[in-house]
Design a protein around this ligand. Structure first.
Ligand code: ZN
Ligand code: FE
Length: 744
């Protein structure tokens, strides 16, 4: 008895070998019909025996291609048409595409093996790829995902590639970026006037230069890296000097996982992240310390080779552990266009390993860690973007423009929330440009009209992301408070729309309802009703505004000025100047920022110079605290909706003045913050009848704080929710804004 079904598959199902997989499966089950790609994903029509169709649907899920991820499968019965073969039909393109664009994928084992087959047409070919692996988001110019809409459109397939591309039984069936030595793009190496052409020669020369201590700019998937030998101290030192990157840690790329295990203490969870298809930089405790790689930091950032080129570089004899850092000057965004790279990196790189395939958009390496409460994505970019991060039940399209630091944007179409790659600090001209381009990019890819969009932005009137949001001309524009957006990002990840929670946002800086600088906020409520601020850190002065975030002693002046009987700590002149600003009420702001509280503690503990990257002082406190055994917490009392930092910082100052071990002081401070927060959370949960505490904001990147919170709060039978999909830092703000807009 023949019956027929129409099957709708949603998720990441395009550009990942899904149609050939369906084709083979249908043949195996002796089913007739067709499969095609459309704007919503994949549609399958099947005719045949009921039992065979049922088996087909089961296998669809269980045997799906490695790179595919299925969000839903809908099956409905229909009338048989009387077909007798199975075919792959042309793509159909009608309304708003809501198919998810696949993130970039690391080279698969089949391709790596093929790259090592002497005599093959892809022997040592750096652009080898197949439907299981290779570039996606970084080469897509527009949808649908077909070769003509990718940066591979300039290369015509030869007979060899074309026959594989059109053979449903081949693993390169409809692999859009397919290429080989004969028909595809190549690498070349330029060093001054000298140009080395030919993939093997160019890669071989790059490996030699790296061994000789040179700094080589290497074009990868989503941008250029600056590479050098991680064990060569003088190469690392000159990279820091030339890049104006004084202390921020460099990521390392060891040749393989065995070497990665020698470098860092990798938990099973960390290895899962390290080898996941996103291939992020994974932060893990360092086992080996190379000079200059990650100063004053317990962790090392490690990532495995992911582009075929990386494998070839190591094959060619490059140093077995490379520094692989984003190619840019200081904190600018990563270079990805060849002309820009040559110009911006002149004077930094000794040589350039340039690949011909253009990069459609900048996609930096992602950063992740196996944290106390599960995986934490600290920078969500290559390998993750632009996959959906949440399902938000809303019909209208929403665009959220995020925050100005660590910017990302989010777009909600047909209830799917897509988050962009990491864009960066919008004060940087190039980052702001790419912020605008990314908005245009996503809006046009998903064919949303600006006039139909609900636009969500931060409440800060001076943010660039706010000003652009107001200029976009959407159907409506709404501002959302920064820390509510942090909390909403966690609720959105979980789809917890009706759950009443206590939301704790400990953070650096965010514009508050009252116009002061918030960053130590506790809310109660849920998405539909809103999040009411029920408690906060005691208010402190912040002399000098933005500069206070760069100079811990300046923040310290603001916080310590409220403390009586303070011992005489030896601060630099800037401290006294800041006190003067407070006295005169000049350029002095009010803050409840826990980020600045950590800065103040850092200053008391001896970090009195300028920070050279965001969050450095707080990371330093965590670092020295880790060196100490557990210490009793300093008091951080909670009363009348206020966490009082005076006893906390006062005790710290006295202990430092008495000469107590610095690490112990830092440990007691960290423990104090955790204990104070737990006391506040327990009281507030009881008062409001809540059982779940949501934590989000930059301060919760402090893993030691999370460990302490877990050990204290765990026994109190309160659930703790943290971010696991988007970053707890400002990279997660756009998702939170989008969710708040949906439930407004
Ligand atoms: Zn492959
Ligand atoms: Fe924030």
């Amino acid at each position: 008895m023949t019956s027929a079904r129409v099957i709708r598959v949603r998720g990441v199902v395009q550009g990942v070998g899904f149609r050939p997989f369906v084709f083979r499966l249908a043949q195996e089950k002796r089913l007739a019909g067709w499969v095609l790609n459309d704007d919503e994903g994949v549609e399958i029509y099947l005719e045949g025996a009921d039992a065979a169709i049922e088996e087909f649907v089961r296998s669809l899920h269980s045997d799906r291609p490695a790179a595919a991820s299925i969000a839903s499968i809908e099956v409905r019965a229909t009338e048989p048409e009387g077909l007798d073969t199975f075919a792959i039909r042309d793509s159909r393109h009608q309304g708003h595409p809501s198919v998810r664009i696949s993130p970039d994928l690391p080279a698969c084992q089949a391709c790596i093996d093929e790259m090592h087959e002497t005599g093959g047409q892809r022997y040592r070919y750096p652009y080898i790829n197949c439907t299981d692996c290779g570039p996606r988001y970084s080469v897509i110019l527009s949808l649908p995902y077909d070769r003509a809409n990718t940066t591979m459109r300039g290369w015509e397939m030869d007979g060899y590639c074309a026959s594989q591309y059109s053979d449903p039984a081949d693993r390169r069936f409809h692999a859009q970026p397919v290429a080989c030595r004969v028909c595809g793009p190549h690498y070349r190496l330029t060093a001054g006037e000298k140009i080395v052409t030919g993939d093997e020669a160019a890669i071989g020369r790059a490996a030699e230069l790296l061994n000789a201590g040179a700094i080589v700019a290497v074009k990868g998937l989503g941008g250029y890296h600056l590479a050098c030998d991680a064990r060569n101290e003088s190469a690392v030192e000159s990279l820091r000097a030339r890049k104006y990157r004084k202390e921020k840690p460099f990521a390392l790329m060891p040749r393989n996982i065995a070497l990665a295990r020698e470098l860092a203490d990798l938990s099973p969870e960390a290895e899962v992240l390290l080898t996941s298809s996103a291939r992020p930089i994974v932060l893990a405790p360092a086992k080996i310390r190379f000079p200059g790689i990650s100063p004053d930091n317990d962790d090392l950032g490690v990532m495995l080779p992911y582009a075929p080129l990386h494998h070839l570089l190591f094959d060619a004899g490059a140093p077995e552990v490379l520094v692989m850092t984003s190619a840019n000057r200081s904190s600018e965004p990563i270079s990805y266009r060849d002309e820009d790279a040559l110009e911006q990196l002149a004077g930094i790189a000794d040589a350039f390993l340039i690949g011909e395939r253009p990069i459609a958009r900048r996609v930096e390496d992602s950063i992740a860690r196996a944290g106390t409460f599960g995986p934490v994505i600290l920078r969500r970019s290559r390998g993750y973007a632009p996959a959906a991060v949440a399902q938000i039940p809303v019909a209208q399209p929403i665009l959220a423009t995020g925050a100005d630091l660590k910017n990302t944007i989010a777009l909600v179409v047909n209830g799917q929330a897509f988050a962009s790659q990491h864009i960066g600090d919008l004060d940087q001209y190039q980052a702001f440009e790419s912020f605008r381009e990314t908005i245009e990019d996503l809006v046009s890819m998903y064919e949303v009209r600006l006039a139909d969009l609900v636009v969500a932005h931060d409440a800060h009137p001076e943010y660039r992301s706010t000003r652009l949001a107001l200029e976009l001309g959407g159907a409506a524009t709404h501002a959302f408070q920064h820390h509510r957006a942090h909390i909403a990002s966690v609720l959105a990840e979980r789809g917890a729309w009706d759950k009443r929670v206590l939301g704790v946002s400990f953070d650096g800086t965010g514009y508050g309802d009252d116009g002061t600088i918030w960053g130590g906020e506790i809310f109660a409520g849920y998405m539909a009703e809103g999040l009411e601020r029920v408690a906060h850190l005691r208010r402190a002065s912040l002399p000098g505004g933005d500069a206070a975030a760069r100079y811990p002693v300046q923040a310290a002046a603001g916080f310590l000025s409220q403390i009586d009987n303070l011992p005489d700590l030896d601060f630099p002149e800037r401290y006294r100047a800041a006190l003067e600003l407070i006295c005169k009420g000049v350029r002095t702001f009010t803050t409840t920022s826990v980020g600045r509280l950590f800065d103040s503690a850092a200053a008391v503990l001896g970090f009195t110079r300028e920070v050279t990257f965001e969050g450095q002082a707080a990371m330093w406190v965590e670092h020295i605290a880790r060196a100490a055994e557990n210490a009793d917490p300093y008091p951080f009392p909670f009363a009348d909706g206020e966490l009082d930092f005076r006893p906390l910082l006062g005790a710290l100052a006295v202990d430092r003045w008495r000469g107590r071990d610095r690490g112990e002081c830092a440990r007691a401070f960290q423990r104090g913050v955790a204990q104070g927060l737990c006391d506040a959370a327990a009281q507030l949960c009881e008062r409001f009848g809540l059982d779940t505490v949501v934590l989000s904001g930059g301060v919760f990147q402090n893993e030691l704080l999370l460990e302490d919170l877990k050990s204290i709060l765990g026994p109190k039978r309160l659930d703790i929710w943290t971010n696991t999909v988007v970053p707890p830092n400002d990279g997660g703000i756009s998702l939170g804004q989008a969710a708040l807009a949906a439930f407004r």
